[in-house]
Design a protein around this ligand. Structure first.
Ligand SMILES: Nc1ncnc2c1ncn2[C@@H]1O[C@H](COP(=O)(O)OP(=O)(O)OP(=O)(O)O)[C@@H](O)[C@H]1O
Ligand SMILES: [Mg+2]
Length: 195
């Protein structure tokens, strides 16, 4: 078990406390901090995996991309596995960094600093469009794509990378089986995000 009792989290988010991996400088540990909902009737996967359910979907999507051997997998932060820690179950992921060495800035932060109508904003949206193109080309499904789940990573020569939200989050993942559903989702997303 990895002992995190003497390590301060780098960041706390809605669902996670995020730590430097004590043995692997290129990795982060994301420890879940949300509490499982106590629903009377649970679907099977909820019964089996509790609030870790989402992790199997994320890992599955990553695995599927690996199996296809698509080069677009470089648009994702590496998925390195799971770890048992003193603070509970953790995801192990590739650490995306800024030139200074700190955590990579999110696209949300960069957009917030680029006023409506500025050349910088147009540039950022163009980069986002290219990221979405790559994900579509690789057939990589990011169910929960948002500018907070995208960062600019040194590890990818300063390109945009998805760090969270991989996989489809619905009960019946139509986008996995239907080309049309996949394209519809992609079009809707572009309309929403590229403004
Ligand atoms: N692999 C990574 N490399 C660098 N930074 C990361 C990585 N994973 C997460 N982060 C940072 O931690 C923040 C929260 O991570 P994540 O999005 O996975 O958790 P979350 O609980 O879904 O947070 P939120 O609800 O804010 O999206 C990210 O916005 C990002 O700044
Ligand atoms: Mg997130």
């Amino acid at each position: 078990m990895i002992d995190l009792s003497n390590i301060e989290p780098l960041r706390k988010s809605q669902n996670y406390s995020i730590f430097n991996h004590p043995q692997n400088p290129g990795a982060l540990l994301k420890v879940r901090t949300d509490k499982p909902k106590n629903r009377l009737i649970k679907r099977y996967s909820e019964f089996r995996y509790g609030n870790l359910r989402q992790w199997s979907r994320e890992a599955n999507e990553y695995l599927a991309a690996m199996n296809r051997g698509c080069s677009e997998i470089r648009r994702l932060a590496g998925f390195l596995g799971y770890a048992v820690t003193s603070k509970g179950p953790a995801l192990v992921v590739e650490k995306m960094t800024a030139p200074g060495g700190g955590l990579a800035p999110t696209l949300a932060q960069e957009l917030a600093a680029a006023p409506q109508g500025s050349a910088r904003r147009a540039e950022l949206l163009q980069e986002l469009a290219e990221l979405l193109d790559d994900l579509d080309r690789g057939r990589i499904i990011v169910g929960d794509i948002s500018t907070q789940n995208i960062v600019r990573a040194q590890e990818r020569d300063g390109k945009l990378v998805v760090i969270d939200g991989l996989g489809e989050r619905v009960l019946l993942p139509l986008t996995l089986i239907s080309d049309r559903a996949f394209r519809l989702q992609s079009a809707r997303r572009r309309k929403r995000m590229l403004v």
